[in-house]
Design a protein around this ligand. Structure first.
Ligand code: PEP
Ligand code: MG
Length: 325
């Protein structure tokens, strides 16, 4: 029997006043591709490749990775697929890799994610080659996690260009995938205009961005009250980034859990986010809520929140004047 929300599976997402919102899936395993096929979504907004490494006893080879990426791209029929390079460290450890340095007092501030990839370029280059080779099978974008300064971006680009030259020399085919970054470190939000001139797209990872803006560990229940997506400081940062991106006509989306939060979603829409990515199970609730929201009203609401809210309570109070939540 069809549940009430099931009819939304086969529809795109629109606000009440007809503005289309791109809904993409976050996946952590290639197996999820079969599941998301039952849903009308615009693409894959985040494939977390670290689970390829975490769920294995040794480093996945270039060919193993190539096959996984190729299968995902082919089965998505040319819809956009954003594949994120290895994002380990912090909460995600790979037992056979020596990033788990017990001398790190603050692993979330340590050698994680792109920092690890740039310190172990053999592993990084293998992944880049697998991705480039797979790029001919669909619509691939490659996303880099935890970028915190432009210099890292220059290093990433240099490595990609070097691997392209090697593929050229070997006569191996590839397309030129779009290259973009996660915005999950405050320094990138501060430098958003400079990044906008240098990258093809940005996706905001609020799970991490919140913890770094608020200096509150995302996994520590004692400080969970600070780790709140409705904190006005975070909202101001998001508004700044989306405004910069829109001014540069830069493709911007948001792929943190915040997109599925029923208080946060109306604010994000009002700020001007037109593309979101989330776990597939949340897409129906999000589509349902979007269909009740009036975009122009949400714009006014977001403006007022950004201008006047001092606390999470203030944010909710303003919101409740505009919509029943
Ligand atoms: C994020 O940080 O918001 C994000 C989407 O990445 P992850 O949850 O994998 O760290
Ligand atoms: Mg993250």
């Amino acid at each position: 029997t069809e549940k009430p929300l099931d009819k939304l599976k086969k529809r795109n997402a629109f606000t009440k006043d007809g503005k289309k919102i791109g809904i993409n899936a976050n996946i952590s395993s290639p197996k999820e591709v079969n599941l998301i096929k039952n849903y009308m979504i615009d693409g894959i907004g985040l494939y977390r490749t670290e689970y390829l490494y975490i769920d294995s006893y040794s480093l996945p080879t270039e060919d193993e990775q190539f096959n996984v990426y190729k299968n995902i791209l082919s089965s998505m029929n040319n819809k956009p697929v954003v594949i994120r390079t290895l994002d380990i460290g912090g909460d995600k450890q790979v037992p056979y890799l020596d990033n788990n340095d017990s001398s790190e007092r603050n692993p979330f501030l340590g050698n994680r994610s792109i920092r690890f990839s740039l310190s172990k370029t053999i592993i990084f280059r293998t992944q880049i080659r697998a991705l480039l080779r797979a790029s001919i099978y669909g619509n691939l974008s490659i996303m880099f996690p935890m970028i915190s300064e432009l210099n890292e971006w220059y290093k990433v680009k240099k490595i990609i260009n070097e691997e392209k030259r090697k593929l050229d020399d070997g006569g191996i085919a590839y397309k030129n995938p779009k290259l973009g970054i996660m915005v999950e470190v405050p320094s990138v939000a501060i430098m958003a205009d400079q990044f906008a001139k240098n990258v093809d797209f940005m996706s905001i990872g609020t799970n991490d961005l919140i913890q770094y803006v608020m200096a509150a560990d995302r996994g520590n229940p004692t400080v969970a009250a600070l780790d709140n997506p409705l904190n006005p400081a975070l909202l101001r940062m998001l508004e700044r980034v989306v405004n910069v991106a829109n001014a540069y006509k830069m493709d911007i989306s948001l792929c943190g859990e915040m997109a599925c939060n029923r208080y946060a979603l109306p604010i994000l829409i009002g700020m001007g986010f037109k593309n979101l990515s989330m776990n597939i199970n949340s897409t129906l609730d999000v589509k349902a809520l979007l269909s009740l929201l009036d975009y122009s009203l949400m714009q006014k609401m977001s403006e007022e929140i950004i201008k006047n809210a001092c606390t999470v309570k203030d944010v909710i109070k303003i919101e409740q004047r505009f919509i029943k939540i």
